[in-house]
Ligand binder design. Structure first.
Ligand SMILES: Cc1cc2nc3c(=O)[nH]c(=O)nc-3n(C[C@H](O)[C@H](O)[C@H](O)COP(=O)(O)O)c2cc1C
Length: 281
């Protein structure tokens, strides 16, 4: 999984080596910064230099682990840094992990062959995994430890909260104290508790998005990327709203919703989590 950040570009008449953009990094919120859009000479002769600087975040390469299972805990994020990934976006956290009930099974398998034959090779997965169900304190301790051990690597916290300004402010404050480099805002999770106005419930509603982005950007002191849901007619609308409301970038995209299959015995969509088992088991 990789995450692509589309950076806000202002006042550039032509594609030039440097694009001016506003930064709000810890090193100087609200100052004008630069996005370097061409590669530079490698440090070791003969070796390509893939390093990039995005919103003031310097990465050894532009390959970024998207928020999800590879950002679940310290061990997997450390592994990603050790394997050379340019940046890691941790699994999304919220203030009260106890409200997050992840279910089993949370994956459906798509198999090659006619009518989803149980024998076909697995060619795809659909997931209904929610955000992190690990206690926030645990995740924060691990972010801090990672930043202490890998001060030169980019760690981005993904956050999601309810429609509550104070809750967003508290979460941003606590997460920033760990030393993370940037925030990705999860406005995109398709199964992310819409009844609590979380995830895609915000990302699909431009008025709500503008208000919540306003709260977030008034509080945050590190660059903010808004993660988009693709499950909307025109993704450019929430993207523009996010950028106009102070976000430095947008991350595209979260899960494309789908129906992976129907269990013809129970007529339930898969994966089914109400006590039924998958048909091929
Ligand atoms: C099991 C699983 C868990 C995920 N959890 C999160 C999450 O916590 N926060 C988030 O913003 N995106 C989450 N995602 C979405 C991914 O970051 C990514 O946006 C999505 O899978 C689309 O990219 P892909 O086509 O490369 O898989 C998750 C995806 C999967 C498959």
């Amino acid at each position: 999984m990789a995450s692509l950040s589309l950076t806000q570009i202002r006042g550039s008449n032509s594609v030039t080596e440097f694009t001016r953009l506003r930064l709000k990094t810890q090193r100087g919120r609200g100052k004008t910064g630069f996005l370097k859009v061409v590669g530079s000479q490698g440090q070791n002769q003969g070796e390509p230099d893939l390093s990039v600087t995005v919103n003031g975040l310097h990465m050894p390469n532009p390959f970024v682990i998207g928020s999800g299972p590879p950002g679940t805990n310290y061990t997997v994020m450390k592994r990603a840094f050790d394997e050379g990934w340019g940046a890691v976006i941790a699994k999304t956290v919220s203030l009260d992990a106890a409200k997050v009930i992840n279910v089993t099974p949370r994956y459906a398998r798509l198999r090659a062959g006619a009518n989803g034959s149980a024998k076909g090779q697995i060619i795809g997965w659909e997931n209904i995994e929610l955000i992190s169900d690990r206690p926030l304190e645990t995740m924060l301790k691990e972010f801090k430890q990672l930043k202490e051990e890998y001060p030169d690597r980019i760690l981005i916290a993904s956050i999601m909260e309810e429609y509550n300004k104070a809750a967003w402010e508290e979460l941003i404050d606590r997460v920033e104290q760990t030393g993370i480099d940037a925030l990705e805002i999860n406005f995109s999770c398709p199964h992310g508790m819409p009844e609590r106005k979380m995830g895609a419930a915000v990302g699909q509603d431009c008025a709500l998005l503008e208000e919540v982005c306003g709260w977030i950007n008034a509080k945050a002191t590190v660059p903010v990327w808004a993660k988009m849901t693709p499950n909307i007619t025109d993704i450019t609308q929430p993207a523009r709203v996010s950028l106009k409301s102070g976000c430095e970038g947008v991350a595209a995209i979260n899960t494309i919703m789908s129906v992976m299959g129907i269990n013809l015995k129970t007529l339930r969509p898969e994966p089914c989590v109400e006590g039924f088992v998958l048909a091929e088991k």
